[in-house]
Design a protein around this ligand. Structure first.
Ligand code: PLP
Length: 395
């Protein structure tokens, strides 16, 4: 009766939704402060004061023409500022014609995949990964090819990626810092991936895009390096969003930066601009284009996230859970003490702890804990985690 493909994908994204609904149910019974909801990647912090001040200034100034239809790529002055920022960070020559302003990373990914994929072409994703990639690829008539990252470290398994490349491979999606693991892919692995891609391109006579989904690029701890994708991969497309870095997920703002090294990049950008319109986004919100253009170097307070990461990571590892210490994003990807991560999440819910099974991210045997929550809630949850650990005899 409805769109079959879409109805099928609804069931795949249901795990996080199920947790969200369970949270609402438990809060009604036990009260808000007795439920520890780590299920969603929705930042609890407010946008930086500087960003809110810029917003107020634009509203108060009454700038003429701010709210009109525009070039669907976005305001030229905004795209110029973004291009200069991207060039500064990557060393790759960029101008406003390399940039399309979009409604967040989700829109950027949909626009990009639709622009490059012909029916049946393959996109490699590195598991565990953000659940929605599969849906986006399918809606662009592509085929998702899942390649696991290395066991326990979650770093790229370059050999496995190389083996998965076929004549039909059109793109690889990279997400670092990663949702759900928080891992940053090492420079060494990215450079070796680049060599593998070039080898395969020459062998198979194909051309592969590297799509870098970077909503967590500013959320990095202890001075960890996030290698710049544009500077490593020739045919790279960077998708950035301000949903997490400026805590603006409701405002739907981000950009696509397509490398000048992509042959016929002008045609690619034109296709993206058309898709921005035909997919119904039309253009990114005008007011927030201006706001982010004045705040490209700003980010939320990463120290507060680091404090939350350390509090939870230290406690969980002390009470016997196993987890890699993430260098970025705001997730812990914890090994479930039993094979069945879905069953383990159900056990956690008995202590009013809401966490998401790794299976939903193609990372079975693990659970994702989103710590972008109030630190008070983390503190209140520690005892519940200790009880959970005791149930499984972890200490
Ligand atoms: N990509 C990843 C890896 C994410 O975690 C998210 C949101 O959680 C998105 C994309 C979508 O972000 P946006 O709000 O910018 O559309």
């Amino acid at each position: 009766m409805f769109n079959n493909k879409l109805v099928e994908s609804l069931s795949k994204s249901s795990m996080i939704r199920a947790m969200f609904e369970e949270g609402a149910r438990l809060k009604k019974i036990y009260g808000d402060d007795k439920v520890y909801d780590f299920s969603l990647g929705n930042p609890e912090v407010e946008p930086p004061v500087q960003v809110l001040e810029t917003l107020k200034n634009y509203v108060n100034r009454g700038e003429q023409g701010l709210h009109k239809y525009m070039n669907n790529a976005g305001f030229p002055d905004v795209r110029q500022k973004v291009a200069a920022y991207v060039q500064k960070n990557s060393g790759v020559q960029m101008n406003e014609n390399n940039i399309v302003m979009v409604c967040g990373a989700a829109a950027g990914l949909n626009v990009t995949l639709k622009a490059i994929l012909n029916p049946g072409e393959e996109v490699i994703v590195l598991a565990p990964f953000f659940v929605e990639y599969g849906t986006y690829i399918e809606h662009a008539n592509g085929k998702t090819v899942v390649v696991n990252t290395k066991k326990d470290s979650f770093q790229i398994d370059v050999k496995a990626v190389e083996d998965a490349i076929t004549e039909k491979t059109k793109a690889i999606i990279i997400n670092s810092p990663n949702n759900p693991t928080g891992v940053i892919y090492s420079r060494e692995s990215l450079e070796s991936l680049n060599q593998a891609i070039e080898r395969k391109e020459a062998e198979l006579g194909i051309s592969i895009f590297v799509i870098s989904d970077e909503p967590y690029i500013s959320l990095v701890y202890d001075g960890a390096e996030v290698p710049n994708i544009l500077s490593i991969f020739k045919k790279s497309i960077q998708i950035n969003s301000f949903s997490k870095s400026l805590a603006l997920p409701g405002e739907r703002i981000g950009y696509i930066a397509a490398s000048s090294n992509i042959p016929e990049v002008g045609t690619l950008i034109s296709a993206m601009v058309t898709l921005n319109r035909t997919l119904g986004f039309v253009n990114a919100p005008s007011l927030f284009q201006k706001v982010i253009a004045d705040n490209l170097e700003v980010a939320v307070d990463t120290e507060s996230y680091k404090k939350k990461r350390d509090l939870l990571y230290n406690h969980l590892t002390e009470i016997g859970f196993k987890c890699i210490k993430p260098d970025g994003a705001f997730y812990l990807f914890v090994k479930a003490p039993i094979e069945d991560d879905v069953a383990f999440c159900a056990s956690a819910a008995k202590y009013n702890i809401l966490i998401v099974p790794g299976t939903g991210f193609r990372g079975p045997g693990y659970v994702r804990i989103a710590y972008c929550v109030d630190i008070g809630m983390i503190e209140r949850s520690l005892d519940a985690f200790a009880k959970l650990s005791k149930e499984y005899g972890l200490r």
